[in-house]
Design a protein around this ligand. Sequence first.
Ligand SMILES: Cc1cc2nc3c(=O)[nH]c(=O)nc-3n(C[C@H](O)[C@H](O)[C@H](O)COP(=O)(O)OP(=O)(O)OC[C@H]3O[C@@H](n4cnc5c(N)ncnc54)[C@H](O)[C@@H]3O)c2cc1C
Length: 466
Amino acid sequence: MADLNFATNSGDYTTLSGASIEGFRGSLNGESLLSGDEGYDAARRIWNAMVDKRPALIARCSGTADVIKSVNFAREYDLLISVRGGGHNFPGNSVCNDGLMIDLSRMTGVRVDPTAKTVRAQGGTKWGAFDHETQAFGLAAPGGTDVDTGIAGLTLGGGIGWLSGSYGLSCDNLIAADVVTADGRMLTASADEDPDLLWALRGGGGNFGVVTSLEYQLHPIGPAVLAGYLVYPYHKAREFFPLVGEFASSMPDEMNLITFLTTLPDGGGKACSILLCYYGSMEEGERVIRPLREFGPPLSDGVRPMPYTEAQKLAAAPQGRLNYLKSHFMSEVGDDALDITLDFFDRVTSPLSSVLFQYLGNATRRVPAGETAFGHRGAFCEWATNGVFLDPGESEVHIRWVRDFAAALSPFSSGAYINQVGTEAEEGEEEIQTAFGDNFQRLATLKRKYDPTNLFSHNQNIRPRI
Ligand SMILES: Cc1cc2nc3c(=O)[nH]c(=O)nc-3n(C[C@H](O)[C@H](O)[C@H](O)COP(=O)(O)OP(=O)(O)OC[C@H]3O[C@@H](n4cnc5c(N)ncnc54)[C@H](O)[C@@H]3O)c2cc1C
């Protein structure tokens, strides 16, 4: 094969001989894909259709051995690498231009230990498959609210979900992980082995290596939970948000919720809605949500008992649309922030765009600030505005709306959520540092220990420091 240019980790380009590329490809058990190969375009495509990057080579690893070979190959030639777990990241950090994409989407094995109430899942597993396996034993771990998101990316950045009220973030339930570090070794991070690496993985993002499998503590859940949407007319939004804010600040642990501003399909107009999940007894759940139901006649009330696996699908967002998102944490949603929110949503530029406030859950906020690398234990909710559209020619107007909205709300930000931020080139070093809060310095020191040359940089990057 012909020689090929690759982007390097230091920002230049290098030419690799056809023979060395062929040698690497032949050493893998899984597929590898070059531009022009059948399957290349499908493999570089991720959930967000706005991301259109072209890796020089995609290594579709079949297991840890392929990951080790990929990391060694990248290090030998100083190649830019990106790591794909579930491929659901808004800014698309899992795909790089002209570098090596280490693709774990074939590594999806899940094994539950029902006696110990733990599960070990490979790094390309998505929450849908994870829930399917764990619910077979009546168990679950806090995961994202869209079953198509990857367990690895979401957990490494935190992971807010329905069960966070009782059990905290996904990362709080991570008890061990196998990680291929920059030197090509596989380390098992746990409370007994490399505990500082486990600390860093619980909120430090993809900075410390390729996580080939993750082990979680599970909890008895379901099978039925009380979940669904309550939808209200948009003109009720000014009363609705303070009521929900008050409700959320005193809700029981067994509950979590997300509020939305959306435009209903088929000319239904704008609406404000709440999506909730309660996983205690159904009778108690009905009693708990009564104040929300009594707020006024809803446009629709879809709250009902359903399997936990079905509740996990209620917030699913379709693949293949153009999405531009800005988000940050907030410690409260006061009148000023609400005024700005409603003012912007009054002039939303696309009927597919939405605003959401996702609550972090009681148990998340009870974990002491330095116990894991997740840097925002004091946050009350995450605000996120997603500009969604289908025509790339309209990008400017929708992106401008989201950016202006985020700038207007920035005085109310208590920091960014690393799972929603792009690379350092896109966001700037300062934005990324503040996303890690007070844990940044310890993370930078550990980065030096585990990735001294910053091989894993195509992420919410932490540069190695002393
Ligand atoms: C529709 C939608 C709904 C969402 N809902 C929630 C939610 O309810 N709660 C929540 O907390 N977040 C939510 N998110 C955000 C989500 O946490 C991030 O998008 C997360 O990055 C997704 O993980 P992934 O593995 O799918 O990502 P990918 O795009 O595959 O990876 C993102 C980054 O994670 C790192 N990474 C991924 N896998 C590995 C690995 N195995 N080893 C090392 N690094 C890895 C890499 O740095 C990579 O660039 C949502 C996102 C979307 C688009």
